[in-house]
Write a protein that binds this ligand. Structure first.
Ligand SMILES: [Zn+2]
Length: 311
């Protein structure tokens, strides 16, 4: 039996035993057999140990030394022994490890959620790829959505409000997010002050409101929560800064190109082997000498032609 610290225990809890592991450029692959003798039918809740077959399920696990870990887990199918049950066969469950039809373990999804809460979709996907957790941005967002919202009776102290498109260009709503628990708490119809004020008035404990720089939410906050501090949210600050930097770079595009070509020439010169600089300087001197000599010769020829015309 193969034992991998930190992995054998959760696999054992799901009725699996590690049989082999292999390492390649793509990470670590761990194979685990099933030790389950029977399972409960999800249709009629009756236990059955009549084996029908088996298949292999691929699940991604948390990374090991920043390398992705793939689990290849044997899953057993059983026949339902209840004749009245509509479920003829069913597969064993491995809830301690992963939920049904999920291609990632609970532990890996926990890591993905933590990245998503801290960074958002695309940034979490980029960092996840470096940390051995390859996920796409939409997967991160889907997982955050699946994680759900805070209970409605939570006291809200720090909230973020922003608009979102129900039908882009036609109909917009407002989303309110509990920034302490990092989850959405309310969706409101409309994105003007009138649609936000009634909801804000029901939250007397709010102390901080993060919002975009538009006037509607500022008006709503001043009306419904005058004591709350209003701050610009991080996304809009970053977005505005990116736009300002882009405008500045476009304004100075000519000078930037000129500076870049100078730097590039200097770097090319630096990259040359030792002695190249002296050689290059000598070439310049030689070219100047050649030019001077040619000019002197042309002057001489011109002078001699002039004399020939005179005599
Ligand atoms: Zn059944």
């Amino acid at each position: 039996m193969v034992i991998i610290p930190g992995l054998s225990q959760p696999l054992k809890a799901a009725g699996k035993r590690i049989t082999s592991w292999a390492e390649d450029s793509g990470g670590l692959t761990v194979e685990a057999n099933s030790t389950v003798r029977g399972a409960t039918c999800p249709g009629c809740s009756q236990k059955s140990s009549r084996l029908h077959g088996h298949y292999w399920r691929a699940i991604a696990e948390s990374p090991c030394f920043n390398a992705p870990v793939r689990l290849s887990v044997e899953m057993r199918r059983f026949k339902c022994v209840n004749r009245c049950c509509r479920q003829r066969t069913f597969s064993e469950r491995i809830e301690p490890l992963a939920v049904p039809r999920q291609r990632r373990t609970l532990r890996l999804m926990q890591g993905v959620r933590a990245l998503g809460y801290a960074l958002g979709g695309q940034a979490a996907a980029r960092l996840g790829a470096k940390l051995g957790m390859p996920v796409s941005g939409p997967t991160v967002l889907r997982e955050l959505r699946r994680a759900g919202c805070a209970p409605a009776d939570e006291v809200l102290v720090v909230v973020g409000i922003d608009d979102w498109a129900i039908a882009r260009g036609h109909r917009y709503g407002t989303i309110a997010v509990d920034l302490e628990r990092r989850c959405p708490i309310e969706l409101l119809e409309g994105r003007d002050a009138a649609s936000v004020v009634p909801w804000l008035e029901k939250q007397p404990a709010i102390e901080v409101i993060a919002r975009d720089r538009a006037g509607a939410y500022a008006d709503a906050a001043r009306t419904a929560a005058p004591g709350a501090q209003q701050v610009a949210d991080r996304w809009h600050l970053m977005h505005n800064m990116c736009e300002a930097v882009e405008r500045m770079l476009l304004r100075h595009a000519g000078k930037l190109r000129e500076a870049a070509s100078q730097v590039s020439e200097a770097m090319q010169l630096e990259a040359q082997p030792p002695g190249y600089k002296r050689l290059a300087a000598w070439w310049v001197i030689r070219a100047k000498r050649e030019e001077t000599r040619r000019a002197r010769l042309e002057r001489l020829i011109a002078t001699s032609r002039a004399r020939r015309r005179i005599y």
